[in-house]
Each structure stands twice: as C-alpha cells, then as structure tokens.
Write a protein that binds this ligand. Structure first.
Ligand SMILES: C[S@@+](CC[C@H](N)C(=O)[O-])C[C@H]1O[C@@H](n2cnc3c(N)ncnc32)[C@H](O)[C@@H]1O
Length: 282
C-alpha cells in the first residue's frame, strides 16, 4: 500500500473499508492527472477512495469481488438502515478472537445478502490489516487483527451513501467494464500491483493461476487502455514504477513520484518505492 508523508493533513473523506492498495492518500495526485469528463469509470473500485473524493456527473464503479459490490449496492440503497443493522457488530465485546472466528465461519456459510454484507464489514475492520483473501473453496480466511480499539466508520458510510446516489455498481472483469465507456467518460484504473521488481515473485506472478492478476492481465489492460484512448476516452492507470510497468505502458505519458510503502516484508525497500501514473490520451 502506498502512503504519502502526512496523512493527517488530507482534506479527503476516507473510505469505510480498509483495502490493500487503497488510494486514499494519493487522491490529490490522481485528481491532478485525471482529465475532465462527465462520467468516471473505475473498473477496479476497491474501497472507492478515488470516486468518493472526486466530483463527476455520474459514475460506473466495478470490481471482480461480488462481496464488495453486493455491499456497495446495499449501502447505496439503504444508508441509515444498513448502518443501524451494522452497529451491534462493532460492540467492543465482539473484538475477540473467539467472536472473530465464529463470525468468519458464519460469513462463510451465509447466503443472505444483507447479513453477508454486514459480516463482511465486521471482518474487514476486525481482521488482519483489512485484508480480503479467500481460499481455493471461496472461504474468507484472513486471521484476527488484534486491534486494541475498533473504529465504527459511521460518517464514512454516510458519505458513501450520499456520494453513491449517482453511481452504478457492477461486478465484472475489467474487460467488460472498459467496453462500456463512451465519449465523455474518463477511466481510472487501479489494478492489483505488478511485482515491485524482477525477482522470483515476478515468475510466480506471471504464471498466476486463474483468478489472479498476472502479467497477461496487466498487458491486456494496457492494450484496452490504448484502444479506449483511440476511441476518444482518456484512461489513467496507477501502478508501481519499475522497468516492467514502463515497458507495458510505453505508449502512455508517464508521471512518477515517491511513496512510502506501509506493507512490505522487505525492510530495505521501505521508503524507496515509486508510484507511476500512466495517461493514455485520445
Ligand atoms: C489496488 S485495488 C483497487 C484499490 C482502489 N483504487 C482503492 O482506492 O481502494 C485492486 C482491485 O482490483 C480488483 N480486481 C482484481 N482483479 C480484477 C479484475 N480482473 N477485474 C476487475 N477488478 C479486479 C480487486 O478486487 C481489488 O479491489
């Protein structure tokens, strides 16, 4: 996850979910590079940090994760009713490993969309680092987060409800979403990051199994971005800045800036990463 130096100074509204790769701290950078338009399309909406803080006439917001999109449709439709149903899950007595693992089991067995969405927010705020990860059978498998205090994101949920009234949510692969762009649309793409450097992880990543985001997806996305631009729709993409992404985005104009990485196992790399914004102009 990328982070600027002084997060407290941000005038922007935080998303109600924690999300790996969330762009809350980079909204200002993204805003300053995003061309004007009437509709914002985000094929990788994640926590929604970008759409929540930018004004467009309307929004098409998509993600491959059905739990995420189901939740957003509910918050959009129900607002305060959803918040009232969610509140009891944030009772401090529920912040224990026993409650967490029992709730995780309940979530994995739950097929009721309303209950599943509330459980999803509980797991996101009480689980480890706000990670969202499923096993091969589709079971959510993130461990307990061990936070001393849990924040109930009421005002962030209210903001989301208000701001999403002009949005349409879609659970789909980015290819399908990008096809829906028309003149007047602007696309912001924030795909899962390409690996930081050409290490063993690159090979593993390139041969990622179905459902993961490998090199072929990164390259297909760049092709679709170039195609959209050739039809009059500008596309801005975020990624790590490295040799690989510069090669993939060779046709775009590039802007690079340093960021502090908050999630990295490699301490030698902390504080030295760079983020790339690639703009495909019509
Ligand atoms: C880096 S996150 C986006 C973060 C977002 N900009 C934010 O500020 O929170 C990448 C997102 O892409 C989604 N994703 C992964 N593969 C996808 C695909 N093939 N099509 C659409 N979305 C996908 C993931 O579920 C995840 O939410």
């Amino acid at each position: 996850m990328a982070a600027d130096k002084n997060p407290k100074a941000s005038p922007y509204t935080r998303p109600f979910l924690k999300w790996a790769g969330g762009k809350y701290r980079l909204v200002e950078r993204i805003r300053s590079h995003l061309p004007a338009g009437s509709r914002l399309i985000e094929p990788f909406v994640g926590s929604g940090a970008v759409f929540l803080n930018l004004e467009f006439n309307d929004y098409l917001l998509a993600d491959i994760n059905p739990d995420l999109i189901g939740l957003y449709q509910l918050v959009q439709a129900e607002g305060e009713d959803f918040i009232a149903r969610l509140r009891p899950y944030f009772d401090p007595a529920r912040n224990t490993p026993e409650h967490y693992y029992a709730t995780r089991e309940r979530f994995n067995a739950c097929t009721d969309p309303e209950e599943r969405s509330a459980l999803f927010v509980y797991l996101n705020r009480h689980g480890y680092n706000g990670l969202c990860r499923y096993n091969s059978e589709g079971g959510f498998n993130v461990p307990f987060g061990r936070y001393k205090k849990i924040y109930f994101p009421e005002k962030e949920l209210q903001h989301f409800h208000r701001h999403s009234q002009r949005a349409r949510f879609l659970c789909a692969d980015f290819g399908e979403v990008m096809k829906q762009a028309r003149k007047g649309s602007v696309i912001y793409c924030d795909p899962p990051y390409a690996p930081l450097s050409r290490t063993a992880s690159f090979t593993a990543y390139a041969s990622a199994k179905h459902g993961q985001f490998g090199a072929s997806e990164q390259e297909r996305l760049a092709e679709l971005a170039a195609r959209a631009a050739s039809k009059g729709v500008p596309v801005l993409l975020s990624n790590h800045d490295n040799e690989y992404t510069r090669r993939v985005y060779a046709e775009a104009s590039l802007a690079s800036f340093p960021v502090r990485r908050t999630i990295s196992c490699d301490s030698s790399r902390r504080g030295h990463a760079a983020e790339l914004l690639a703009l495909y102009r019509p």
